[in-house]
Design a protein around this ligand. Structure first.
Ligand code: IPM
Ligand code: MG
Length: 370
């Protein structure tokens, strides 16, 4: 038995607990069949933590996250908590996890599986074989910049302020992650900002250019404005290999990239910190889809993004590439077999619930490992 891996599970709100329930089957399967053992703990975050403890995340839960080898996160948020001030909302919980764990590099891969080509709203020839990696800066930019807030002006109008801020180091460390990833992929990085109108964007472009010249000349670097990138993602997404961008543009562009694959319900993500002296890095894995309150509790959510997030965890936190591939293969097989949750339903396929999809993945794992 390999040494225990300390895993903190944070289901959160909306469909978070439903999809987490299915990934637990896969974790149990790994425990049973693959001779790895996870030391599991669970914590509250988001609306459920507000209802239970009066705060989107407690200091105790934060301490658990800091001590874990990896955090597996569901989703947070919902209409029930929308009226609260920003720092008391469910989203403040995940933002604190990202910030305090210093998870500055958010990897959001968008790949189109052959079985799902027809689920995309784009023509098959545009998306067939698509494999883009968005690297989103996650602990800086306008999400965290100061000053921020809403004030009342002397004439009674109100003013809302947020600030886009980036420093040299913040830009360099996330760009380095993108260049390193590109080296293991197709060797191409698009760096995305609005250097035509924003000083922070101009600095971004200059720093990425410098880092490239210093250390990554073997990688092809192109700069692109964020609006153009949104357009190019829909026009010709296969021109991209790795996209590196700031927090807000990354949020937007990754939803766009997700939809190229057919559904937000398919997209996993990894949020990584810097490796320490022993090579260990803090990490959190979550599906991109969010809490989807409109379908929560109905048993129809797609658990595959959650499963694929777990597979990213095996790859990036535990060096278990083979096991990660096994989960990916199981997902592909089940889809090829015609099972679909509602979000990726196609004519002639079998529409199944969250639970049936989860069970099908485990059955497929059994077959693959037999
Ligand atoms: C995401 C989400 C979050 C974000 C929310 C829930 C705070 O949209 O992870 O993309 O804006 O970063
Ligand atoms: Mg988002």
């Amino acid at each position: 038995m390999a040494a225990n891996k300390k895993l903190l599970v944070v289901p959160g709100d909306g469909i978070g607990p439903e999809v987490m329930h299915e990934v637990r089957r896969v974790i149990d399967w790994m425990d049973r069949r693959r001779h790895v053992s996870f030391d599991l703990a669970e914590a509250l975050c988001g609306g459920i933590a507000i209802d239970t403890h009066g705060t989107p995340i407690t200091d105790a839960a934060m301490a658990q996250a800091m001590a874990a080898d990896a955090v597996l996160f569901g989703a947070v948020g919902g209409p029930k908590w929308e009226k609260l001030p920003f720092d008391q909302r469910p989203e403040a919980g995940i933002l604190r996890l990202r910030k305090d764990m210093d998870l500055f590099a958010n990897l959001r891969p968008a790949t189109v599986l052959d079985a799902l080509i027809d689920a995309s709203t784009l023509r098959p020839e545009i998306v067939r074989g698509l494999d883009v990696m968005i690297v989103r800066e996650l602990t800086g930019g306008i999400y965290f910049g100061e000053p921020r807030g809403i004030t009342t002006l002397p004439d009674g109008q109100r003013k809302g302020i947020n600030t886009e801020v980036y420093t040299t180091n913040e830009i360099r460390r996330v760009a380095a992650v993108a260049f390193e990833l590109a080296r293991k992929r197709r060797g191409k990085v698009h760096s995305v900002e609005k250097a035509n109108v924003m000083e922070s964007g101009l600095l971004w472009r200059e720093e990425v250019t410098k880092l490239h010249a210093e250390s990554y000349q073997d990688v092809e670097l192109q700069h692109m404005y964020a609006d153009n990138c949104a357009m190019q993602l829909v026009r010709n997404p296969k021109q991209f290999d790795v996209i590196v961008t700031g927090n807000l543009f990354g949020d937007i562009l990754s939803d766009c990239a997700a939809m190229l694959t057919g559904s937000l319900g398919m997209l996993p993500s990894a949020s990584l910190g810097a490796p320490d002296a022993s090579g260990r890095r803090r990490a959190l894995y979550e599906p991109v889809h969010g809490s989807a309150p409109d379908i929560a509790g109905k048993g129809i959510a797609n658990p595959l993004a959650m499963m694929l997030s777990f597979s990213m965890m095996l790859r990036y936190s535990f060096d278990m590439d083979e096991d990660a591939k096994l989960i990916e293969a199981a997902v592909q097989k089940v889809l090829a077999g015609g099972l679909r949750t509602a979000d990726i339903m196609q004519p002639g396929m079998a529409k199944v619930s969250t639970q049936v999809m989860g069970e099908a993945i485990v059955r497929e794992l059994d077959k693959l490992a037999a």
